[in-house]
Ligand binder design. Structure first.
Ligand SMILES: N[C@@H](CCC(=O)N[C@@H](CS)C(=O)NCC(=O)O)C(=O)O
Length: 224
C-alpha cells in the first residue's frame, strides 16, 4: 500500500501513524503538495496530499484513507464501533483537520513552507495571529477535555489521539509547542502520544528535514 505525500503534512502523518499502529506496511511515496505528477493527480484530483493506493483501489483524503484501513484491517481497532465512541472519535478527527489545521496551516506555511521551500514572502502577522489567538482556545478546550487515562476516547489509543497529535508534531518542527505552564495536561498528553514509536520515528525525520532547509523563520513579534 502506498501513501503519496510528505509527513510534514499532518494529514499524511496521520495516515502513516494510523497504519503503523495497526502493524501495516505503508510505503510513503514523496509527493509535493499540488504536484502535477499524473499518477498522483489521478488519485487526488485537487492535488491535495495524502493520496493512497492499495492495488487497483485509490482514494484521497486522510479520513477516507484511515476509514478504508480500519474497514480492511479491523484489528487493532482504532475507530471504535460503539456509536458514542465512534462519534467522539470523528469529532476529534474533524477538530484536528479543520479547526487546528486552520491555525496550523497559517503558522507552518508562513514560518516554513513559503520562506524556506517556495521562496515566497511570508505573512508574519497571520502566523502570529494564529499562534496567539487561534491556538489558545484549542489548547484550553483540550486541557479540560483530556481524560486522566491520557487518551481522548475509550481510555485507549484511537484515531482521535493520532489526529489531534499530528498537527502539533508539524508545529513542533517550527518551535511552536504547548506551553506546559499554561496547559500542563495537554502538554503531557501530546508528549506521551508523540513518544509512541509510531510517531517518534516520523517526527525525528520531519524535524531533520525542516532543520536541513533552515528551520522555521523567526516570529515577527510575540503579542501574548
Ligand atoms: N481534508 C484533506 C486535506 C488535505 C490537505 O489540505 N493537504 C494539504 C497539505 S497539509 C495539501 O495538500 N495542500 C496543497 C494544496 O492545497 O494545493 C485530508 O484530510 O487529507
Amino acid at each position: 500500500m502506498i501513501v503519496y505525500g510528505s509527513t510534514l503534512s499532518p494529514y499524511v502523518r496521520k495516515c502513516m501513524v494510523f497504519g503503523a499502529e495497526k502493524g501495516l506496511e505503508l510505503q510513503l511515496k514523496f509527493t509535493s503538495p499540488g504536484s502535477p505528477d499524473p499518477e498522483f493527480r489521478a488519485i487526488s484530483p485537487f492535488g491535495k496530499m495524502p493520496g493512497f493506493r492499495d492495488g487497483e483501489f485509490t482514494i484521497a483524503d486522510s479520513t477516507a484513507i484511515v476509514t478504508y484501513l480500519e474497514a480492511k484491517f479491523p484489528e487493532p481497532n482504532l475507530i471504535p464501533p460503539a456509536p458514542e465512541a465512534r462519534a467522539r472519535t470523528i469529532w476529534f478527527d474533524e477538530l484536528a483537520d479543520t479547526v487546528m489545521m486552520g491555525a496550523g496551516s497559517a503558522i507552518f506555511s508562513n514560518r516554513f513552507v513559503k520562506p524556506r521551500v517556495m521562496r515566497l514572502p511570508c505573512d508574519h502577522d497571520a502566523a502570529d495571529q494564529a499562534e496567539n489567538e487561534q491556538l489558545p482556545p484549542i489548547f484550553a478546550y483540550l486541557e479540560k477535555t483530556i481524560p486522566d487515562s491520557g487518551f481522548l476516547v475509550e481510555d485507549r489509543l484511537t484515531l482521535a489521539d493520532i489526529a489531534i497529535a499530528s498537527p502539533l508534531a508539524t508545529l513542533g518542527c517550527v518551535g511552536v509547542c504547548v506551553d506546559p505552564a499554561r496547559y500542563p495536561r495537554t502538554a503531557a498528553y501530546v508528549e506521551a502520544i508523540h513518544a509512541r514509536p509510531s510517531f517518534a520515528t516520523i517526527i525525528a525525520r520531519d524535524r531533520a528535514q525542516v532543520a536541513a532547509l533552515g528551520g522555521g523563520v523567526a516570529k515577527a513579534a510575540v503579542t501574548a
